[in-house]
Design a protein around this ligand. Structure first.
Ligand code: C2E
Ligand code: MG
Ligand code: MG
Ligand code: MG
Length: 283
């Protein structure tokens, strides 16, 4: 009796596993097609410069415009893209889009940030790809910041150091993203050619109600400044959180408090000067 029950459970479990891996295989196929058909778009999330009170930077965040399922956030496909190596092609697509926007950045005095994944830091051909972009328009790199998380940088620090040094030599800025979620020390990360520290939203959220969080935020911001880094706080959602980070002397603020990420057209209308930049819209 028990054996039969167990057996049935095992079969059900197998079927669930099979269904899951079939779904995964289907999704991989769809992701490959998405890359070939360029079914992606970039949303733009502005950053407020607290020194000038201007919006002169934005982070680009990818979305998958799935033919049946509509817009899919990165949480729905980046991990699979990393596991399959497809992220390399996605990163190249984002780089091409952002690089194509650098003439706009020059006209608008705008800087754009984009995300690299840990897999990109192990990609032996990425530097050459970036060198080719740079050769086509050498002034483009200085408008672009490449964001890497501390855990990505620490996965293979020597290889990451070599690539990031090469990218920095081309003129790209490098930012540490989601700082405070890993275990690495800022002193160690300082070996990388980093110019910006982005403090993760987990350190920011609710900081107005929690004295300990404020102490951690304050010392992180101070340490970043001591190391000569520009400091951004991510995930600022409420007025009270904004007041806390402003008083602690942060340089840039990003978060729903200022704006959610938005499609290019909306970003252009809200944050860019004039209307002549309509034609440069990527997707
Ligand atoms: P991230 O680089 O840390 O980007 C910030 C994420 O936080 C974005 O989510 C953004 O929408 C969200 N966010 C911004 N402000 C707030 C806020 O005030 N509250 C809350 N709760 N969330 C906020 P999104 O667009 O879903 O992206 C998630 C992550 O996916 C990114 O985190 C980044 O790690 C990754 N990602 C996005 N685009 C790309 C890409 O082009 N390439 C790669 N490799 N990864 C990407
Ligand atoms: Mg980021
Ligand atoms: Mg982040
Ligand atoms: Mg993140």
């Amino acid at each position: 009796q028990v054996a039969v029950k167990t057996r049935r459970r095992v079969i059900e479990f197998d079927q669930r596993m099979a269904a899951r891996s079939a779904a995964r295989i289907a999704l991989i196929g769809e992701l490959k097609a998405a890359i070939a058909d360029e079914q992606f778009c970039l949303h733009f999330q502005p950053k407020l410069n607290l020194r000038t009170n201007n919006i002169n930077q934005a982070e680009v965040l990818i979305r998958w415009n799935h033919p049946e399922r509509g817009l899919i956030a990165p949480g729905g496909f980046i991990e699979l893209a990393e596991q399959t190596g497809l992220i390399r092609d996605i990163t190249r697509w984002v780089l091409l889009q952002v690089y194509g926007l650098t003439p706009l950045c020059l006209r608008q005095n705008l800087k754009l940030s984009m995300n690299l994944s840990a897999i990109d830091l192990e990609d032996p051909d990425l530097l050459q790809f970036c060198k080719n972009l740079h050769r086509g328009r050498p002034e483009g790199t200085r408008h672009i910041t490449l964001e890497i998380t501390e855990s990505a940088a620490m996965k293979n620090p020597d290889q990451a150091l070599e690539l990031l040094t090469g990218l920095a030599e081309l003129g790209f800025q490098i930012a540490i993203d989601d700082y405070g979620t890993g275990y690495s020390s800022l002193a160690y990360l300082r070996r990388f050619p980093v110019t910006e520290l982005k403090i993760d939203r987990s350190l920011v959220q609710g900081a107005d109600l929690d004295a300990d969080s404020q102490i951690i935020l304050e010392s992180t911001i101070q340490m970043g400044h001591t190391m000569g880094l520009v400091v951004t706080t991510e995930g600022v959602e409420h007025d009270a959180e904004f007041e806390v980070v402003r008083k602690l002397g942060v340089d840039y603020v990003q978060g729903f408090w200022l704006s959610r990420p938005m499609p290019y057209e909306e970003f252009r209308l809200k944050h860019l000067v004039g209307n002549h930049d309509q034609l440069t819209q990527p997707n």
